[in-house]
Structures are given as structure tokens and as C-alpha cells.
Design a protein around this ligand. Structure first.
Ligand SMILES: [Zn+2]
Ligand SMILES: [Zn+2]
Length: 317
């Protein structure tokens, strides 16, 4: 069925960032991490909405969602995968802890897989090429084991002791991510019913939302949106996911300037990750931000804005 990303990738990148491929333990982990939150979210909405959901549950859902989303965009993506800014070890640890609570794997694996996406975007060997279908780019690639857990690229990332620590303690963060909201419910309300409700909304439903928003960057933001910059791939700017994913939806901007600390390039391109960096920089909690100049941005703009082709047919045309 697939003729693009599953074909033989060019030599070099695939050796630097090899896929783990089919692996029984991995398949079970993916099902647990992705399908269970989906099923329990449906159950939570059907059984509890209007009856057994409190403001505390919703507060935990929204608050922890924000922390996990910020951790993914700043900790895993901009800092670890692209080196778009630097930060002292304690700040790196806080950002990676927030990201680890999203249950998307360790920082080195996440970043190495993502670097392979940039190196081979829409080409054979791309972990989640949209040319292999929307479902493949959203979730199918995970079930197929298109993940990088080894190789020279992964080893380079593991040289950072903070990254190494979070890579090796993934399971503890998975448990903490689910159980901690429940403990907050128990502490505040004092009943086991409150524990399970807070665990469900602040833990499971929140992980479900974070997963699908992250995966939508690989699927929807390579399918629906605008392409102001020249780039040899299908990456698009999508305002909805610009907001929901704290800047990540400006994906055409990102593919044009992968190492930029800012994903929103215009005043109206909402980028919460950028606003947080702007607050942290004067406090010297982040430094050495890489930002393209206005001239560099202007040089990459498309000469004539044309409607981009969509999907397999458009690319082949
Ligand atoms: Zn992309
Ligand atoms: Zn990236």
C-alpha cells in the first residue's frame, strides 16, 4: 500500500536514527499508552459528565494539560531535538519532567525520532510521512514501531546527563503522571471517589488530549493549512493547533527554520512556548535562543502564494 516512507530510505540518516521496528513489548506499551486513555475518556464522558466531575477535576485536567504541552514543545522539541535554546540543568530537568508526564516516551527517543522526521520529511524513511495516509501519520506509525531508540543520533542526545536520567526513568514518570492527580483529589476532598475521579480526568483524559494534539502536528499540520515559506515538504501553518499545541501548529514556519526557538513568526501567530521563553530569558533561566532574522525569514518566503497540493495525489502531480 505504501510507496513512500516505507520504501528504502537513503543511506546515512537511517543508520544514524534506526527504527526499533516490530517488537511485542513495544506494541503492548503503545496499546496501553494510547488505546486505554481513548477508551477511558469515552467512558468518563458517558458516565461522569454532569454528575461526577468537579471543578477540581477540570482544573487538574486543564492545568496538567498546559504543563505537559509546554514540556513537549519547549523541553522535548525546541530544546532537546533542535537545540533552539540552552538552559541550566535544573531548568532542563523541570522542562523534561513536564514533558515526561505526557507519556510520549523518553526525551532522547522522542528527539531522535523527530530528527529523523526532519532529515527525511515526506521522503522514504520519514517515521510518519503524510504521504502514507492521514491515519499512518497520526498514530499508525507508532504501532509499526517507527521509533528511534538507538544509533549514533540517539547516543549523542544521551550524553546530556539530564536527558539520560529522564530516558532511563520513563516508567516512573508514566506512573506519576496518572497517580499524582488522584493524590491531589484525595488530599483536597479526602475520599477515594475523589481520588479515582481526579486520576481519570487529570491523568487519563489529559494524556488522551495531549497525545492527540501532539500527533495532529504530524497528521493535520502536514495536510491542512497554509505554506507561507518555501519548503520541500507538506508542512503547513494551522492556527487551531498553533493555539492548542502552544505554537507547534506553525509547522510550515518550523520546517523552514527547524532550529528557531520561536515557532510563531508574526504577531498574530499565537505561540505560548515563545511567550514563556520571553519571560524566562530576562531571568537568565534560558539563554542562547536561536532566532532567524527578518531578512532570513523574508528570503525564504514563497514568491507567489499558491494553494498547496494536498495529500498523495497532489504531491505526485
Ligand atoms: Zn513535520
Ligand atoms: Zn521539529
Amino acid at each position: 500500500m505504501s510507496t513512500t516512507s516505507q520504501a528504502t530510505p537513503p543511506a546515512g540518516v537511517d543508520a544514524t536514527y534506526p527504527f526499533i521496528g516490530h517488537h511485542r513489548g513495544h506494541r503492548t506499551a503503545v496499546i496501553l499508552a494510547a488505546v486505554v486513555p481513548f477508551a477511558l475518556t469515552i467512558l468518563a464522558i458517558a458516565l461522569l459528565w454532569g454528575r461526577h466531575v468537579t471543578w477540581l477535576d477540570l482544573g487538574l485536567l486543564v492545568g496538567l494539560q498546559a504543563l505537559a504541552t509546554l514540556g513537549i514543545t519547549l523541553g522535548y522539541h525546541r530544546m532537546t531535538a533542535h537545540g533552539a535554546f540552552k538552559a541550566p540543568a535544573p531548568v532542563r530537568a523541570v522542562l523534561l519532567a513536564m514533558a515526561a508526564m505526557s507519556i510520549e516516551g523518553g526525551p532522547a527517543s522522542w528527539a531522535a525520532t523527530h530528527r529523523r522526521h526532519h532529515a527525511l520529511s515526506d521522503k522514504p524513511g520519514d517515521p510518519h510521512s503524510p504521504l502514507d495516509g492521514l491515519w499512518h501519520s497520526h498514530f499508525g506509525w507508532l504501532a509499526k514501531g517507527n521509533l528511534v531508540h538507538s544509533g549514533p543520533g540517539h547516543e549523542r542526545l544521551m550524553r546530556d546527563p539530564v536527558v539520560r536520567f529522564f530516558e532511563k526513568t520513563q516508567l516512573a514518570w508514566v506512573v506519576a503522571s496518572i497517580v499524582l492527580p488522584g493524590l491531589v483529589g484525595l488530599a483536597v476532598v479526602g475520599t477515594w471517589g475523589a481520588f479515582w475521579q481526579a486520576l481519570l480526568w487529570g491523568g487519563v483524559v489529559r494524556v488522551f488530549l495531549v497525545h492527540h494534539i501532539t500527533w495532529s502536528i504530524n497528521s493535520i499540520c502536514h495536510t491542512v493549512g497554509t505554506r507561507p515559506y518555501e519548503s520541500p515538504d507538506t508542512a503547513r501553518n494551522n492556527a487551531l493547533f498553533g493555539v492548542l499545541a502552544f505554537g507547534e501548529g506553525w509547522h510550515n514556519n518550523h520546517h523552514a527554520f527547524p532550529d528557531s526557538a520561536y515557532l510563531g513568526h508574526r504577531w498574530y501567530q499565537v505561540d505560548l512556548g515563545k511567550y514563556v521563553l520571553l519571560m524566562l530569558r530576562p531571568l537568565r533561566l534560558v539563554h542562547d535562543l536561536r532566532i532567524p532574522t527578518k531578512q532570513q525569514q523574508a528570503a525564504r518566503l514563497r514568491k507567489k502564494p499558491t494553494k498547496a497540493p494536498r495529500g498523495r495525489r497532489g504531491i505526485a502531480a
